[in-house]
Design a protein around this ligand. Structure first.
Ligand code: HEC
Length: 108
């Protein structure tokens, strides 16, 4: 019983930063570079995708719908990203969208 409680507490502590409300831009950028860029760069199957291709409202709607590849599959289907990590990706896209205060690409 004590062990179970300890495990639960440890899991909660580890999960907390990932589920932070609104997501983490910094982590989001990292996940994009690792998991989205392989298909989303010049000459790759998905074409160039950066925060600049959509406005903040468009990105919010995109992540809310959570459909990818022209609506044919679930967003994140080809990635190992958890829903919390996708939230981080969303945070980065929204924060640097074309009409955001700090528009930018993902670099890399
Ligand atoms: C296995 C390759 C692959 C991976 C990984 C991938 N994508 Fe895509 N993505 C595609 C393809 C293919 C399309 C469709 C391109 C087209 O319109 O011809 C696409 C389209 C898109 C589009 C344009 C709108 C749409 O859905 O059609 C966005 C935005 C997008 N991807 C975001 C992402 C993000 C964010 C990630 C990482 C979480 C990601 N993609 C990971 C292949 C991938």
């Amino acid at each position: 019983m004590r062990n179970t409680l300890f495990t639960l507490l440890a899991m909660a502590a580890l999960a907390a930063p990932l589920s932070a409300k609104g997501g983490s831009e910094l982590k989001g950028k990292f996940y994009i570079l690792k998991q989205c860029k392989p298909c989303h760069a010049e000459g790759k199957s998905g074409g160039v995708v950066t925060p600049l291709i959509k406005t903040q409202a468009q990105w919010k709607a995109y992540f809310k719908a959570a459909k990818h590849n022209k609506g044919t599959e679930k967003l994140g289907a080809h990635t190992k990203l958890t829903p919390a990590q996708l939230k981080d990706v969303e945070a980065f896209m929204v924060a640097h969208a074309s009409d955001s205060p700090q528009p930018m690409t993902c670099g890399g």
